[in-house]
Write a protein that binds this ligand. Sequence first.
Ligand code: NAP
Length: 289
Amino acid sequence: MGLIMHDQSFLILGSGGQLGKAFKARLAADGIPFLAPEEQVCNITDARHMEKALAACEPTVLVNCAAYNAVDDAEANADLADAVNHKAVRALSKLCRANNILMVHYGTDYVFDGKKHDIYDEDDAVNPLNVYGRSKLDGERAVCDCAGEFLVFRPSWVFGEGAQNFITKLRGWAADNRVLRVSSDEASIPTGVDNIVDVTLRAVQHGLRGLYHLTNSGYASRYEWARYVLELLHLENVVMPVPMSAFRSKAERPLFTPMSNERLCGRLNIDIPHWKDAVRQHVLGSDHA
Ligand SMILES: NC(=O)c1ccc[n+]([C@@H]2O[C@H](COP(=O)([O-])OP(=O)(O)OC[C@H]3O[C@@H](n4cnc5c(N)ncnc54)[C@H](OP(=O)(O)O)[C@@H]3O)[C@@H](O)[C@H]2O)c1
């Protein structure tokens, strides 16, 4: 459903990523004014780029979709992760405050250590296990400390248009291998970019402020997610459940990080679709929503 928001203008940063692309498509479809500069001319770590972008667009809302998301590579590139996910976010927050701009930013479920053995809410203690998670936590804290008017949303297992997401990778693996090994002891919530965009715009329209978990509903292990995607595609690969430790990745990852979207749904008086509905729509198209 289109939202009427002609009193707002948006600056979208990280316009080439999954979430950035979904924002561009939705704002264009709804006729909401926005600027979404290419990342080459809008590097969020470059203060001059940011000042130019603000001057060109004079936004009322800045949406930061840019992030350094390479969880394993971040272990050896902590300075870069910190520069993009924290220091640049702090500088952006200050710019927003100085210019009376609402800052919208995205965190991650990887701020948690997964040891709660229950669903996380916004009041739970954070304890990131890896460099990426620490840089993202520092970033969300910088927004809360410096931005003035802000919305910080924590999504998990984000999927949209792009080569990096789990669904795209799974399709590639399935084309090349009959047997797939997928972790069954790692659980969170697959979350579609269209739902993230929709809820973000509703929150802006509603005048909401603060930090919220923004995920689809329900939760799944990565194994269950893989099985569901293959079922939708009528693919008959064998999916073997294995522990995450079988993959020996560079970064330690939390095992169980589903987050409750209840607080956000309550404030906006909405329901957010189940992850299976979002995955089905993404894999099969909007006719199957
Ligand atoms: N993907 C997930 O599973 C996941 C899970 C939890 C939370 N999140 C969070 O959700 C948000 C959106 O994620 P996403 O999946 O849309 O990420 P994405 O597809 O990786 O997009 C991030 C974009 O930021 C760009 N970028 C990196 N450094 C930049 C810089 N210095 N200046 C400008 N742009 C820069 C990247 O460009 P390059 O590709 O050229 O580097 C990429 O196009 C992020 O805050 C992310 O941390 C994501």
